[in-house]
Design a protein around this ligand. Structure first.
Ligand code: SAM
Ligand code: SF4
Ligand code: SF4
Length: 337
């Protein structure tokens, strides 16, 4: 059955964060000052087991979820994640399983195992093609070449076309728009520029730091003519374009300046089992408690999913102001974007 929220949006996508840990310290996501050696990551006992995740995913699928996205932290640092993919791939009703990763651990062998387990596609994050800029952003001295190898490995394993997401922040990497476009034009991978968002409270977001979709379009157009393409499906978050000279597809995700809450069908499950109905929520519903302490039945969990989704009124990005940006919100590394 399909439950609709108060704005008539069905529940279609579930983003599952499998860990709060990451091998990068991207300055806008897990800055070292806050996620240093003192930071207490969740102990293993507090994160959902593969069986718990699969049970919840199965009940969400019965309520209309068709697409699962595995994220984190960095999902590939979770041990045996292939096993989870295999368990999720067996759920009736799920027709797409994707993984968002920084691609650093995506060896050809890992990519093939993930595909064989049932993964359909990979989205890779890469914010710069210049090695120096990239090292400054990941803040763990990670070389860009290794990420590029990971992206190629995903492509080779038929996990493509790989969507390559680049968050653009003024003063940090806006000078990388054209070099990134140049690198990925004609590669078969689809580069997507993302407006820097005010997720969480630790990235010091200011509107002035957002390089807008309009600016990105204008920057691209100075070098290559681009033409709009129709969305692949209702609710697609990226505006799609095609290079006029046959260089392939490029996308822009205008989360801040052209919000898409009206078609947002996404729910997010944190590594410790809290459900968030919006990326900008300040709290989530504790399904782990239901699973472990309450030993809840499938029927009780289903009723809770229906109740949470049918009460959903979230449209944060449409209501965003300078004041809302300062509200308490969950961190991105906790629910995975
Ligand atoms: N570690 C994986 C990765 O980097 O792909 C998955 C988790 S990461 C939180 C998911 C995505 O969120 C990444 O593409 C990252 O660039 C993006 N992200 C993090 N903070 C962001 C922000 N403030 N605005 C826009 N995107 C952000
Ligand atoms: Fe890690 Fe991804 Fe956040 Fe970078 S964006 S710190 S890779 S979780
Ligand atoms: Fe969905 Fe919330 Fe983002 Fe709007 S702000 S698109 S409701 S996650």
């Amino acid at each position: 059955m399909t439950t609709h929220d108060t704005l008539a949006r069905p529940l279609r996508d579930l983003r599952i964060s499998v860990t709060d840990r990451c091998n990068f310290r991207c300055v806008y996501c897990m800055p070292k000052e806050l996620f240093g050696s003192e930071h207490a990551f969740l102990p293993r006992s507090e994160i959902l087991s593969f069986e718990e995740i699969t049970r919840l995913a199965r009940l969400f699928a019965a309520e209309g979820v068709r697409k699962l996205r595995i994220t984190g932290g960095e999902p590939l640092v979770r041990h045996d994640i292939e096993q989870l993919i295999g368990m999720l791939a067996d759920i009736p009703g799920i027709d797409d399983i994707t993984l968002t990763t920084n691609a650093s651990l995506l060896t050809p062998q890992r990519a093939a195992t993930l595909r064989d387990a049932g993964l359909n596609r990979v989205t890779a994050s890469l914010d710069a093609i210049d090695g120096g800029v990239f090292r400054r952003i990941n803040d763990v001295d990670y070389p860009v070449a290794r990420v590029l190898e990971g992206i190629e490995a995903a492509g080779e394993a038929s996990l493509g076309p790989v969507k390559v997401n680049m968050v653009v922040k003024r003063g940090l990497n806006h000078d990388q728009i054209l070099p990134m476009a140049d690198h990925f034009r004609g590669s078969g991978h689809i580069l997507r520029f993302i407006e820097f968002m005010d997720v969480g409270n630790s990235n010091g977001w200011r509107m002035a730091d957002v390089v807008t979709a309009a600016e990105i379009r204008d920057t691209l157009a100075t070098h290559w003519p681009i033409e709009s393409l129709d969305p692949n499906y209702t609710g697609e978050v990226a505006s799609r374009y095609r290079y006029g000279d046959g260089g392939g597809e490029v996308g822009i995700i205008p989360s801040v300046t052209e919000p898409f809450c009206g078609t947002c069908t996404r729910a997010r499950l944190s590594a410790q089992g809290e459900l968030f109905t919006c990326l900008f929520a300040d709290g989530g519903y504790d399904f782990r408690h239901m699973l472990r302490q309450e030993q809840a039945s499938d029927e009780a969990i289903t009723r809770r999913i229906q109740a949470l989704w049918s009460a959903r009124a979230d449209r944060y990005s449409e209501l965003r102001t300078a004041e809302t940006a300062g509200q308490r919100k969950v961190e991105m590394s906790f629910i995975g974007g």
